[in-house]
Write a protein that binds this ligand. Structure first.
Ligand SMILES: [Zn+2]
Length: 705
């Protein structure tokens, strides 16, 4: 093995225009941004014959040095997430290639200052041999890589790691090229949209969707022209090697390099190994201690299938993950054989159990789908003659209830974990969720859906920013009031569900509709929704704000150094800060503390903390018109282990909670019922009632001090 630094002196300075822009544009673009680049290239290669050359292009908040050493996001405190050196991540992949990490010197927010506009010049400078080339582009790296898209026939594969921010047409043209493959990872909404409409939608049939990091469970995932991963890690976790799935290390770059290896083998005309599907699911999902006081550990996977079909590994996975469709040309013989046998049993066809998905099999599947729909089964099945997860579940149900067969309407199959017998399915409700694109996960609570993408809802209108006293509050006793019945282990008491009397009726309606839709589609996150927090005292909000002040100090040493929160000000930090004078006084006192505090640092800490938790006197919960709704959500890790837990109003769990049925439903429908979160990406569970004007709650109490 060898690694080296190759100096490449003589770069051009930034243009005056870019320098000026960088200086003035915004606070974080200080002078250091203009000159953050380092004149050189790092390379590394393992022992042995090399298959090709891999280039990693860093993003805006790094240079060649910081990315090489693993100090990712070095140039912006908001993005600074140190992790593993790139060399370690390359080595972990086992890929035999020359790895090159060049300076990209992204100096402006428009990313214009690239160093290497000529791919061949870079390869020559790094001493690369002739052969296939792959590029991993992180973030603003796309600005460099777009220069390389034409005129270089050896470039066969590009990983755009939250990176398709521009030149979408140019990248899409490159993807069209013979033998070219691309990984698309979208962390932000705009990138996701660029990927979806710019590339994915134009390549139906050539796209395989996967998780981040890719698990390669689907047939052809290693070789697909386009691998699409839209549920991401955070921007820096994508490259820093510190990504985890349910507590287990799951770095992205080594996983992506498996696709690079496939591309190199393809380019060399060598066979590419198929993806490894069918690892046995193990138990163990959430690690102990990862929650805030929760004790949920080691959940065991439970099969959504109940008939003999559950013994076929491909089918069992398919039912849990919805990642496969059996159709003409499919190579999963055991799965197809089992389906042929099941169809003969369920609808009396006489299919040969050949394991080949032939036209007779397709026709039988079509007939079965048509029958299910004719009998009103929910969800309705596409009558396309292909066997996806919903059709599989229907077939499973038909085998379990032979008397009914496909001849009777059946509720969505339930899982062994479910406790109560299900109501027959209702007609699509008034506030329906479409589960067609969702994974149906069997958890210890029963079925919970996991959707692919959560809608983003924000609201600043009609927020109930006032206070009412405890003595007028009443206990909520409507649907979802009882946390024990919901299965929550958190000790929510009567005190956690005190609301203003005017909220009783609208909250009852909200919870009733949420739970009703949960019954219809069979989703435990919705059925088990329960009130976790409602009216709060100043003292409760104050204690939370103090915790947040300390947390922000701890998490931002680049800003605050080793400052700690002064014990002398803890009481003030927890006091009612509604009045301007109270706030100003608190910040001024903090700024005057000895040991390195300044007014600017005090102001900064206050502003940062406030984004995560409102101080006493400034939380809308104090109105009695706001509730936080707790509910369980489910996740699945790279080994297809399924875990579920209540989110417990914990910020770190918001991203996953949003994707559960309850999260999706609240974001989609709550506004029609008069409720909204101020920001679903921040707190999906936080429901503010917005129709209080003219009610008893609208009395201009203002804030008590
Ligand atoms: Zn809240």
């Amino acid at each position: 093995m060898s690694d080296r630094f190759i100096p490449t002196p003589g770069r051009k300075p930034a243009t005056a225009e870019i320098e000026k822009f960088a200086r003035n544009h915004q606070e974080k673009f200080h002078e250091e941004y203009v000159w953050q680049g380092k004149e050189g290239i790092y390379t590394w290669q393992p022992e042995g014959d090399l298959l090709g050359t891999v280039i990693f292009v860093h993003g805006k908040y790094d240079n060649v040095e910081t990315s090489w050493s693993g100090d990712f996001g070095h140039f912006d405190s908001g993005y600074h997430e140190p992790g593993k050196p790139l060399k370690e991540q390359f080595a972990a992949s086992g890929l035999k290639a020359l790895f090159i990490v060049p300076e990209a010197e992204i100096t402006s927010s428009r990313g214009e200052e690239v160093v290497w506009r000529d791919l061949q010049a870079l390869l020559d400078a790094a001493g690369a041999k002739k052969g296939p080339v792959a590029v991993l582009s992180h973030s603003e790296g796309y600005f460099t890589v777009q220069n390389w898209l034409t005129g270089h026939g050896n470039l066969v594969h590009i990983s755009l790691i939250d990176s398709l921010y521009g030149f979408v047409g140019k990248y899409a043209d490159w993807v069209n090229g013979e033998g070219h493959s691309v990984d698309l990872i979208g962390a932000g909404d705009s990138v996701r949209k660029n990927c979806q409409t710019g590339v994915v939608d134009k390549h139906a049939g050539e796209v395989v969707e996967d998780t981040t990091p890719p698990a390669f469970k689907s047939a052809g995932a290693l070789q697909a022209k386009i691998l699409w991963m839209k549920a991401p890690y955070h921007h820096m976790t994508l490259v820093n090697g510190m990504g985890k799935v349910n507590g287990k290390e799951a770095p992205l770059i080594p996983a992506l390099l498996r696709r690079v290896e496939a591309a190199f083998l393809r380019a060399a005309g060598k066979p590419v190994p198929e993806s490894q599907a069918g690892k046995k699911p193990a138990a163990a999902v959430f690690e102990a201690g990862s929650g805030d006081g929760e004790d949920e550990t080691h959940h065991v996977v439970e099969h959504p299938l109940r008939s003999e079909l559950k013994d076929v590994p491909d089918l069992a996975q398919m039912a849990a993950l919805h990642h496969l469709v059996l159709k003409s040309g499919t190579t999963r013989q055991e799965a197809v054989k089992a389906i042929q046998k099941a169809l003969n049993k369920a609808i009396g066809t006489k299919l040969e159990q050949s394991g080949k998905y032939d036209s007779d099999t397709g026709k039988a599947v079509h007939d079965f789908q048509t029958r299910c729909n004719d009998q009103g089964r929910q969800p309705r099945l596409d009558t396309d003659g292909r066997l996806g997860a919903h059709t599989l579940l229907a077939l499973d149900e038909a085998l379990v209830n032979p008397s009914a067969g496909a001849a009777a309407a059946q509720p969505t199959p339930s899982t062994p974990a479910q406790q109560a017998p299900q109501q027959p399915p209702s007609k699509p409700g008034q506030y329906p969720l479409d589960t067609a694109q969702a994974q149906r996960l069997a958890t210890k609570y029963g079925n919970i859906y996991r959707f692919v993408e959560a809608p983003e809802v924000k609201n600043q209108d009609n927020r109930p920013a006032f206070w009412h006293p405890e003595n007028i509050m009443v206990e909520y006793k409507g649907p979802g009031w009882d946390p024990v019945a919901a299965g929550s282990k958190t000790k929510y008491g009567r005190h956690n569900r005190l609301i203003h009397p005017v909220l009783v009726e609208p909250l009852t309606r909200l919870m009733k509709e949420l739970i009703a839709e949960g019954e219809r589609i069979d989703d435990e996150s919705m059925k088990r929704a329960t009130i976790g927090s409602a009216w709060r005292t100043f003292a409760e909000d104050g204690a939370g704000f103090l915790r947040q002040l300390k947390k922000r100090l701890r998490l931002n040493p680049k800003i605050f150094g080793s400052l700690t929160f002064p014990a002398a000000l803890e009481e003030d930090a927890q006091s009612n800060l509604y009045a301007d004078s109270a706030r100003k006084n608190f910040i001024a006192q903090l700024g005057a503390q000895p040991g390195g505090w300044t007014p600017a640092l005090a102001q900064k800490l206050y502003e940062m903390s406030k984004q995560f938790k409102a101080p006493a006197g400034l939380s809308p919960h104090e109105s009695g018109l706001v509730v936080d709704i707790d509910f369980p959500y489910a996740v699945v890790d790279e080994n297809q282990n399924v875990g579920a837990r209540f989110h417990q109003i914990t910020t770190e769990y918001n991203a996953d909670a949003r994707l559960a049925g309850a999260g999706m439903w609240l974001a989609t429908h709550s506004q029609k019922l008069g409720f909204s979160s101020y920001s679903t990406p921040a707190e999906i569970w936080h429901m503010e009632w917005l129709n209080w004007k003219g009610t008893d709650a609208d009395r201009g109490h203002g804030k008590a001090s």
